[in-house]
Design a binder for this molecule. Structure first.
Ligand code: UDP
Ligand code: MG
Length: 319
């Protein structure tokens, strides 16, 4: 029987300083150790430096089947990963960064877990060594608060995906995407490996704080409706409280002739009335937003369900 094929997908963007070392000194020796057939898919995400020339010169290409996909411009890592997954033919596909931060020694461990039945193996960062430590902590705290309970803190893009997962992933049509978010959405049997991440081989991360914030914003918007609901609830609260206040003022002061001697001015009545209206506006805004979020969800055209296995028994035709 033919040995199983493992695809390695690596997105690269302006990595001239470290990519040669990553491919030849880190990845190659690791892949040669494995008892699998291997292929490497490099997605060159519109690099403007010498990245491509360096990749073309590296010796890994002589030993391992390599596909190099070069984008016409920079589309971002999430899109690069998606392209890589489309081109990967392996029974298992491993996504790994080209900057040396994902330790290659974990590949073998991932494959072991895969052989034992895991369909997704995710590397989880042990110590958050990035500069954006505070930012990512805040992000995870916010996601958890907003109802994404099953989010795993420190889960990285460094993952192994079984062929069945990759096939399902390739069906996603949404453009605004966070690969790891989509993978988690798919379900399947997921296992985790805690890893100590390395420092970058060289160069600097291409995501700055602003880009990370916008990525966080995108994934928040695409994965939860809670913020919309919060404003609706605030609106309901304000409306109810100001309604009670208003009724109290009306009855106490104007109908019963102020028996409690509060002597509230017209301005108080006015501000209570304005609060009531603000509450109504918030409620109606939240309603509109919920309708829009429905449209948003529909327009993504996600599959209704994901099938893990199909089996038919007995006499008759299989599927
Ligand atoms: N990358 C990419 N396109 C981009 C930005 C980054 O393909 O627009 C690649 C980059 O070359 C590296 C990986 O994605 O292999 C992770 O990038 P980076 O180190 O900048 O991100 P971080 O480690 O901070 O997540
Ligand atoms: Mg990095």
């Amino acid at each position: 029987m033919k040995r199983k094929l493992v695809s390695i997908v690596t997105p690269v963007f302006n990595e001239e300083a470290g990519v040669g070392k990553f491919l030849d000194s880190q990845l190659l020796p690791e892949l040669l150790k494995l008892n699998y057939r291997t292929e490497l898919i490099i997605v060159n995400d519109g690099s403007q430096d010498k990245t491509l020339t360096i990749i073309n010169k590296c010796k890994l290409q002589k030993k391992i089947k390599t596909k190099i996909i070069t984008f016409s411009k920079n589309f971002g890592k999430e899109i690069a990963l998606s392209a890589g997954l489309k081109f990967a033919k392996g029974d298992a596909v491993i996504m790994i960064d080209a900057d040396g931060q994902h330790p290659v020694s974990v590949i073998e461990k991932m494959l072991k877990k895969w052989e034992k039945g895991a369909q997704i193996v995710t590397a989880v960062r042990k110590h958050n060594t990035t500069k954006h430590r505070l930012g990512s902590k805040l992000y995870y705290a916010m996601m958890k608060m907003l109802g994404n309970k099953n989010i795993v803190v420190g889960a990285m893009d460094f993952r192994l995906l079984d062929r069945s997962v990759v096939d399902e992933f390739n069906k996603f049509t949404e453009r605004n995407r966070l690969a790891r978010g989509l993978i988690d959405w798919l379900g399947f049997k997921q296992e985790y490996i805690v890893v100590e991440t390395n420092g970058r081989l060289s160069g600097k991360p291409s995501y700055n704080f602003g880009m990370l914030m916008s990525l966080a914003g995108d994934s928040l918007v695409s994965s939860t409706r809670t913020p919309l609901l919060i404003f609706g609830w605030i609106g309901i609260f304000i409306t109810v409280v100001s309604l009670i206040m208003g009724l109290f003022i009306l009855i106490q002061q104007y109908i019963m002739g102020d028996p409690l001697h509060l002597d509230w001015s017209g301005a108080v009545a006015m501000s209570v009335f304005v609060s009531f209206l603000v509450g109504l506006v918030l409620i109606s805004q939240s309603m509109t937003a919920l309708y829009i979020s429905q449209i948003h969800a529909e327009s993504k055209g996600r599959p209704l369900y994901i099938i893990d296995k199909k089996k038919s028994k007995g006499i008759g035709r299989a599927f």
